[in-house]
Design a binder for this molecule. Structure first.
Ligand code: HEM
Length: 510
């Protein structure tokens, strides 16, 4: 004979456990909340662990009932919003009361140090100022444009060699390498060459870097990570090991470049255009003292910011246009028309890629719309948060306490019918075009893929340029198709939205 509890399914046991926790936290929240009005509590943070595989869809479902809600948790209050007015409030109107805070800093600083992603206040201001100036200079635009053109052509050559055999390729894997090579060259002035697999040291660095990013994010769901770090066990031990590999590689490059630049003659003879050289000049003291740790943090943050976000966005874009062959054909036609002036001379991938000037790219409104429509449905950063620095009241009348975390939710917001209409779930690039076919941007507080306000993504224009160059080269030379039309595709619940199991496509030459 079995007992009743043993006859229960694991799902019933988990549900019962979650209900007990929910009642406990409701009780706790009542006493902590006092008379203030907080957003409705619709679950606990433990429900998120249960729904981890479909986390963003779980949030989307909850938002259909409440624009802003709370998940009960031990410690800080966790507030989630899909309301553009609240997003505008935390990202712009009351900017000084919200930031990364110690919650994010503690989770991220082993890898990100004091880089722009992890810090607030003066440290953030200084890096933002230097980086926004650099990102807007003609020299960096030209340099990065050349890097994107070269890597897009390299990618196309790899695709061409497989197209002949009709062998499916994992495009997400290829794009991860291509964007790593691009951002590393722009940041350090050095081609890692992971795309053609020829650089062993570079590939080892890239693999360690990917692991370190992934294991850092595990801290957001593992409340016991500090204990594991202290004991140096499990994922935390691996993280420490991977950060060591990353640091050795990066410090070697920084020392080498700083030494080169301390030699005035060599510096004047070969002025460098990469970000590292620019930051060395901007941060080295008058006495010539170089702050290696600070440089490491600044540059590593830009690599992290620019790599997976762009590769993820491009991967979902290729997936969507393979699902919608009519969109793929429209893009291919637009690319041909926008580059018609380059003429027949641009028949090789290298020549064609070089012909993709800013003027040509600016003519590609439909491609721009298709990329934006992809980021609406599959934003590279699906969920983001800010810590509240002082008690506040949101525009919807709900209170937020000092130390609470407010999440804004690009994935869920992109799917809200109340924001995008009844066809919110449909992939329709036309929604971004006016009657003359010109791209029309939306409010960044409604389309939040690049964040908004003073901390809006610094690399947005860079990202669009790289994505447009890669897409234009691919669709000028190939028709892409899913290996298996019927296979279901899911995301991996990391901070960056990846396609779980990769993106397997076949390519046919046009
Ligand atoms: C599709 C591609 C991209 C998307 C969707 C994206 C999205 C975002 C988001 C959501 C943030 C806010 C993160 C936070 O502070 O919590 C951000 C910040 C940032 N992004 Fe991007 N990004 C992309 C590409 C890039 C690229 C290519 C670069 C650099 C070359 C870049 C540089 C940065 C930097 C430096 C910040 C920090 C800004 C600050 O805190 O002031 N991003 N990005």
């Amino acid at each position: 004979m079995t007992t009743g509890i043993l006859e229960c399914s694991p799902a019933i046991l988990v549900a019962a456990g979650l209900s007990v926790l929910a009642i406990f936290f409701c009780y706790l929240a009542f006493f902590r909340g006092g008379t203030k009005r907080y957003p409705p509590a619709v679950g606990t943070v433990f429900h998120q662990v249960y729904h981890l595989q479909r986390l963003h869809d779980y949030h989307t479902g909850l938002f259909r009932e409440h624009k802003t809600f709370r998940l009960l948790s031990p410690g800080r209050r966790q507030i989630y919003t899909s309301d553009p007015a609240v997003v505008e409030h935390i990202l712009r109107t009351n900017f000084t009361s919200y930031g990364k805070g110690d919650f994010n800093y503690e989770n991220m600083s082993d890898l990100l140090g004091d880089g722009i992603f992890a810090v607030d206040g003066d440290k953030w201001k200084q890096q933002r100022k230097i980086a926004s100036y650099d990102f807007s200079t003609r020299a960096l635009r030209d340099f990065s444009g050349g890097v994107f053109n070269k890597n897009a052509a390299k990618l196309a050559r790899i695709v061409a060699s497989n197209a002949a055999t009709k062998h499916p390729m994992d495009f997400q894997g290829l794009l991860m390498k291509a964007t790593m090579d691009s951002i590393f060259t722009i940041a350090f002035g050095l081609d890692l060459n992971t795309l053609d697999g020829s650089a062993d040291e570079g590939s080892r660095f890239a693999a360690a870097f990917d692991d370190a990013s992934e294991f850092t994010l595990v801290r957001y769901v593992n409340v016991f990570w500090k204990v594991a770090r202290f004991l140096n066990v499990g994922v935390e031990a691996t993280l420490r090991d991977r950060i060591k590999v990353v640091d050795e590689f990066v410090y070697k490059r920084i020392r080498g470049r700083a030494d080169e630049m301390s030699d005035d003659k060599a510096r004047d003879a070969h002025p460098k255009q990469d970000l590292l050289s620019r930051f060395i000049l901007a941060t080295t003291s008058d006495s010539g003292k170089v702050d290696y740790k600070y440089l490491r943090d600044i540059i590593m943050n830009i690599v992290i910011a620019g790599k997976d976000t762009t590769a993820g966005g491009l991967s979902w874009f290729l997936y969507m246009v393979c699902k919608h062959p009519d969109v793929q054909e429209k893009i291919s036609k637009e690319v041909s028309e926008a580059t018609a002036n380059a003429g027949e001379a641009a028949s090789s991938v290298d020549e064609f890629s070089r012909s993709l000037t800013d003027e040509a790219l600016n003519r590609m409104h439909y491609l721009h719309a298709a990329l934006t429509e992809t980021l609406r449905l599959y934003p590279s950063v699906p969920l983001d948060n800010k810590e509240c620095f002082s008690d506040d009241v949101l525009p919807n009348g709900f209170s937020v306490g000092k130390g609470d975390i407010v999440y804004y939710t690009p994935y869920a917001m992109g799917r809200m019918e109340r924001l995008w209409g009844d066809d919110a779930h449909e992939f329709r690039p036309e929604r971004w075009l006016d009657q003359d076919g010109a791209f029309q941007p939306e409010s960044p507080f409604k389309f939040t893929a690049f964040q908004a306000g003073p901390r809006i993504c610094l690399g947005k224009e860079f990202a669009y340029r790289q994505m447009k160059i890669f897409a234009a080269v691919l669709f000028r030379f190939f028709v892409l198709a899913l290996r298996d039309e019927k296979a279901s595709v899911n995301y991996r619940s990391m901070i960056t939205l990846y396609i779980d199991q990769g993106l397997h496509l076949t390519a046919t030459a046009r």
